[in-house]
Design a protein around this ligand. Structure first.
Ligand code: OSB
Ligand code: MG
Length: 370
């Protein structure tokens, strides 16, 4: 696979409804797309960054800089890439900037699968024909809005509810949901809003039979999470703390995590996601695919990686209609009434990007040639 041209697009898409977490509220998704053009195909990747460095340090601006000034020149310098695993190896000397790296790597995986004439899922070694999904629900000022959301998505078949929590919006919210909806599959995601000083609150949450508590403590911590896990029966699931195979290995060794949320962008690409998946499988740690409020292109990559066998828990890869009035792919990602998504079998990501819609939400374009 030899890139002839790489197109970068800044994208801005308005969410159907604002999404509030402990670190802020997103109304608009600012992210970017990468197209890698070869003689025969176009490979698509999504940069799952945000407009602001609140979930991670990467933004559209930092990723744009990394791509223009470092990553794309490295790709052109190398020329031929015969397998997408080589992209991660090529970028290894560059520290972090995982979402920027992952966007190009994802485009090469799409190209590779298209060249082989197989689906991305199959290229990754996945076998599932359908994947199970849950939904991540943001913090609501009025609990009745949260009730309505839970009701709506249970009705649509989603297999578990993930409830965003923050100090002051935790125990009472989870208790109210348990009282109203009974013992539905439910978990909580704190996005690093607590410290060990809050252990009493976290112990109270331990009483609600949550399937897991996601990232309760600091975004860069694996030590305090191990201390906390010893005091909780609910498994801790790390999200923000895991950026690599090595991070996962250390967290598992320390007992900091019982489950891992794998986000392709956060770990620097599909190859690294697969390595973490394989490690977790060997260690008996179940994984699931997290989300970054992706457009259809990033969503397609998430659907594909979820077909690997140790993705045994429902992911956050909800259907397109949960986020967008119109997604930029066709068909859109659809969740069936049984809470599953049918994995596409067409070559590559398996959904067609729609150029007119991509154009509609593009705010800047840069075309880079050799
Ligand atoms: O912590 O998993 C998270 C969205 C943006 C940033 C961080 C997170 C999330 C979500 C939403 O939980 C997942 C999704 O529906 O894409
Ligand atoms: Mg999370």
């Amino acid at each position: 696979m030899k890139a002839e041209k790489i197109v970068l697009r800044k994208m801005s898409m308005t969410l159907k409804s604002p999404f509030q977490t402990s670190f802020g509220t997103q109304t608009v998704r600012d992210f970017f797309l990468v197209e890698v053009h070869t003689k025969d195909f176009i490979g698509y990747g999504e940069g799952v960054v945000s407009g602001e460095p609140l979930y991670s340090e990467e933004t559209v601006g930092t990723a744009w800089h990394m791509l223009e000034d470092f990553l794309i020149p490295m790709i052109f310098e190398k020329g031929e890439i015969s397998h997408p695993d080589e992209v991660g190896q090529l970028f290894a000397p560059i520290r972090r900037n995982n979402m920027a790296k992952s966007s190009i790597e994802g485009a090469y995986w799409d190209l590779y699968a298209k060249q082989q004439g197989i689906s991305l899922a199959k290229a990754l070694g996945g076998e599932k024909e359908r994947i199970e999904v849950g939904i991540s629900l943001g913090i609501e000022a009025d609990i009745n809005d949260l009730f309505r959301n839970v009701e709506r998505y249970l009705e649509q078949g989603y297999r578990r509810m993930k409830i965003k929590i923050a100090p002051g919006k935790d125990v009472q919210v989870i208790r109210a949901l348990r009282e109203r909806f009974g013992n539905i599959p439910m978990m909580a995601d704190a996005n690093s809003a607590y410290t060990l000083k809050d252990v009493e609150i976290l112990k109270e949450l331990d009483e609600f039979n949550l399937t897991m508590i996601e990232q309760p403590l600091a975004h860069d911590d694996i030590i305090d999470h191990a201390t906390l896990q010893k005091q909780l029966k609910t498994p801790i699931c790390l999200d923000e703390s895991i950026h690599s195979y090595e991070d996962a290995r250390k967290a598992i060794e320390l007992g900091s995590t019982g489950v891992i949320n794998i986000k392709v962008g956060r770990v620097g690409g599909l190859s690294e996601a697969k390595r973490i998946h394989d490690l977790c499988q060997k260690k008996g740690i179940p994984v699931w695919c997290g989300g970054m409020l992706e457009s259809g292109i990033g969503r397609a990559h998430n659907v594909a990686i979820t077909t690997l066998p140790n993705f045994t828990l429902p992911g956050d890869t909800a259907g397109s209609s949960r986020y967008w009035d119109e997604d930029i792919i066709t068909p859109e990602v659809v969740v069936a009434p049984d809470g599953t998504i049918e994995v596409p079998t067409a070559p590559g990501i398996g959904y067609e990007p729609v150029p007119a819609l991509i154009e509609k939400y593009t705010t800047a374009v840069k075309v880079v040639t050799r």
